[in-house]
Design a protein around this ligand. Structure first.
Ligand code: ATP
Ligand code: MG
Length: 417
């Protein structure tokens, strides 16, 4: 991609009310733009990261049998009344049609998927079933200072599983837990599995927490027995409820959570199946969420320095940042440009994801500052000096290590993902 043709202009200033460092860096670097409190536009760079995260999630969901669907966001009021959540779901956005009827803007999808699968699940032969959905969600959250970590419109992946019994649900729940660990690792994150109160339907559910000062959740770690547990269920925050050891308080952001719903929603919608003996039983359900737009922010919270973002390779919008250091001397500049163009063409042909800063009206100094802000994993530079030595400069964003490499070795070194 050529910067001169790309929807791309970095910003020096970000509005004062943007407190989270992720929102500040992502706005400055032109990944996102705030429309209003808790509502963001994703610009080409931001969307590329979102797509990469989604791709990782799709692969891991399909690997555990998930089938993708896309459910409606405009939900009829009666579905939400059937579960009682029309009145009890605090953050529910309610909208009225000018023709009279009321709708909820979906904050989660149990009210849609449970009646939907009634048309499919009749017998034990139809189970288990795993369906997932990637799309926007709406929640009327109180104003927060967390930027895209807490949106009023945000992107979520939600998976729902349907089972004959609790044993099968438990087995799948543990498979999802492992898939989640793979997803977060691939996103460059160390997500801790934290036990949390499962409310009325099961003793524990699990949250995946990334330690960051920008997080809104507190949880505790016991080093003696390696227990991680959410604040809400720990009465004495000094002592581990499992082994009595001392607890350490941690602050984190929840990037995902998994939950055994058991038959709570099957009961509401009368979702039943006939077992092997012809007996009618409630379907057991699990639900499993990942905050995709929150992940975009958490990845930045966990991977940045004073100069900007440091993308983990698998979710970087491009792998390479390519530029020539022009000096304003016509002859030398032409030679540099020719060399950079030829590397660019070569990389494109080989399917390498490269962001080529070919802009004429931006100084080399500014381009270098912007390259650090954008945070692509590798930077390739051709300068007058490197060209004299038939070389290019390769810099790793993370380690800041610079290597001079001979142009003839380009193909050997620059391989792409
Ligand atoms: P939280 O505790 O952060 O409010 P939650 O427990 O209500 O989240 P779920 O309903 O389980 O979250 O949603 C699944 C995932 O969606 C969460 O783990 C989180 O990563 C993400 N998420 C939830 N609410 C928001 C939001 N307002 N903005 C961005 N992501 C969100
Ligand atoms: Mg939560």
């Amino acid at each position: 991609m050529k910067a001169s043709k790309f929807y791309f202009k970095t910003r020096k200033e970000v509005s004062q009310d943007e407190a989270a460092i992720s929102a500040v860096l992502l706005t400055k670097a032109n990944f996102i733009e705030k429309l209003t409190s808790g509502v963001y536009n994703f610009l080409p760079l931001g969307l590329r990261v979102i797509r990469k995260i989604e791709q990782i999630i799709r692969e891991e969901m399909e690997a555990i049998g998930g089938q993708e669907i896309l459910m409606a966001l405009l939900n009829p009021r009666k579905n939400w009344e059937q579960t009682g959540r029309w009145d009890t779901f605090n953050a529910l956005f309610k909208v009225q049609s000018k023709y009279g009827s009321w709708f909820a803007l979906a904050p989660t999808h149990e009210e849609v998927i449970t009646p939907m699968v009634k048309n499919f699940i009749h017998s034990y032969k139809d189970l288990p079933l795993y369906l997932f959905h990637i799309s926007d969600k709406f929640r009327d959250e109180p104003r927060s200072k967390s930027g895209i970590l807490r949106g009023r419109e945000f992107i979520m992946k939600d998976l729902y599983s349907f089972h004959q019994d609790e044993k099968d649900l438990e087995k799948y729940y543990n498979r999802v837990k492992k898939a989640y660990q793979r997803i977060f690792r691939r996103c460059g994150l160390n997500a801790l599995v934290v036990e949390s109160s499962g409310g009325t339907f099961s003793r524990f559910s699990h949250e995946f927490q990334v330690v960051t000062p920008a997080g809104e959740d507190l949880f505790y770690h016991c080093r003696s027995c390696n227990l991680y547990r959410n604040k809400e269920i720990i009465k004495n925050t000094k002592k581990c409820p499992q082994c009595g050891g001392p607890l350490k308080e941690l602050r984190g952001s929840e990037v995902g959570n998994i939950f055994k719903l058991k038959d709570k929603y099957s009961q509401s919608f009368d979702l039943k199946f006939r077992d092997k003996n012809g007996e009618s039983k409630n379907v057991m359900m699990g639900c499993y969420g990942i905050g995709i737009s929150r992940l975009l922010g958490v990845i930045v919270e966990a991977n940045h320095d004073a100069n900007g973002i440091i993308w983990p390779p698998e979710v970087a919008p491009f792998e390479y940042h390519l530029m020539g250091l022009l000096k304003g001397a016509k002859k030398e500049d032409e030679a540099i440009k020719r060399q950079v163009e030829s590397l660019y063409e070569k990389m494109l042909k080989r399917g390498i994801e490269v962001f080529y800063d070919d802009r004429e009206n931006v100084s080399s100094g500014e381009k270098l500052v912007e390259a650090d802000l954008l945070g692509l994993p590798y930077r390739i530079i051709i300068s007058e000096k490197s060209l004299k030595n038939h070389s290019f400069e390769l810099k790793e964003r993370k380690s800041q290590k610079v290597k001079m490499i001979k142009l003839k070795d380009f193909d050997k070194i620059i391989k792409g993902r």
